[in-house]
Design a protein around this ligand. Structure first.
Ligand SMILES: [Zn+2]
Length: 353
């Protein structure tokens, strides 16, 4: 994320917090509860170049969050329970659901024991190609390639282009630019090819990250046996679905991942999260297909809290990202009050376009 944008978001959150405005807004914008999104939970690393740091929080931060949620007057519930409450219209207490995307190993090392300690239900959204060890964590590959070299070459629009990235500043800038360029591409095949080639030039196997960072099927199965755990689908190949031309492929990505998880774990997943999950990755077609496939809920990464009207948009649910760039409990207080995301969404409650 660009520095300026970060500063503005942080400034906005600080203003909402210190002005107390977020508390005043709560009855208006707070909704019924929130679904939180996390990725990695692991100790901070010293490296100066960590463009994906927004995807991780420290175990200490995570424990403070759980402690605070437990003290608050709200229920920590599973997605099934949230779904049941939405359908029944039972909203006596605010709720929070905790979800983790991608199934990283550090979940087991650092987050799981804390969730048990605080008896907090959680959902793991698993892209099945990750434990199958054929998934490409391309954003990690891009980081590794830029971290490793002083100069990289990319084939862009059929032309070789070279970029210096010797200093941390250059690396950060280059990562941001290449990331933005890749994300803006209409075709994810091309994105994957560029990162695969880039990694190959640096002697990096882009498939090594799934092995290194993601849980194995055995590890997932062990967690799946815990009543606190819900396993959710996160497609097979972790593609930005909205960019896929064929409806049948989108459907297959969702359906196949559910079938593979059911075969591996003995239980059919009833909840889905769209990979990446922002409006460029999941839109009305994806919301419709997920509903047609019978998923009880499907979660985006569009920021927001849950309102009564989401009962009619169960496959387009917003979430609140627990972002490693904003590891302050007060930022989360503001976000979960609904005040931060209300501004973001221009006070629209449902954003399903
Ligand atoms: Zn994901």
């Amino acid at each position: 994320m660009a520095g300026l944008k970060k500063t503005i978001i942080r400034g906005g959150l600080e203003t909402l917090y210190f002005s107390g405005l977020y508390q005043a807004m709560r009855p208006l914008v707070g909704g019924l509860g929130a679904i939180l999104t996390l990725h990695h939970v692991r100790p901070a690393r010293p490296d100066a170049f960590q463009p994906n740091r927004l995807l991780e929080v420290t175990p200490d931060f995570f424990e403070r969050l759980l402690k605070r949620l437990r003290r608050a007057r709200l229920d920590l519930i599973s997605l099934d329970e949230m779904h049941a409450r939405l359908i029944a219209g039972k909203f006596r207490r605010r709720f929070v659901c905790i979800t983790f995307d991608d199934g990283y190993k550090d979940f087991k090392e650092h987050a799981y024991s804390l969730l048990k300690k605080y008896e907090a239900p959680f959902t793991l959204y698993i892209p099945t190609s990750f434990p199958d060890r054929i998934g490409e964590l391309w954003w990690v590959g891009l980081e590794a390639a830029i971290a490793k070299s002083n100069r990289i070459g990319l084939v862009i629009n059929g032309k070789d282009q070279f970029f210096d990235c010797a200093t941390v500043k250059e690396k950060r800038q280059l990562y941001d630019e290449v990331y933005r360029y890749l994300r803006s591409m209409k075709d994810e095949e091309e994105l994957r090819r560029i990162v695969r080639d880039l990694c190959a030039c640096q002697g990096i196997d882009v498939l090594s990250f799934a092995r290194e960072l993601c849980m194995s099927w055995e590890e997932i199965a062990e967690l799946a046996g815990d009543p606190l755990c819900t396993i959710g689908a996160h497609t097979v190949n972790h593609l930005m679905l909205r960019k896929i031309a064929s409806d049948a492929t989108v459907r297959a990505e969702m359906e196949m991942s559910r079938a593979v998880l059911e075969a591996a774990l003995g239980r059919r997943p009833e909840h889905l999260a769209y990979p990446v999950g922002d409006p460029t990755s999941a839109g009305p077609r994806e919301f419709r297909i997920a509903a047609e496939l019978g998923f009880k809920t499907a979660a985006t990464t569009r920021p927001g809290v849950i309102f009564k009207v989401h009962r009619d948009h169960l496959t387009a649910l917003p979430r609140i990202s627990v972002n490693g760039e904003f590891q302050r409990q007060r930022y989360l207080k503001v976000l979960m009050s609904g005040a931060g995301t209300a501004f973001w969404n221009g006070f629209r409650r449902v954003n399903a376009a």
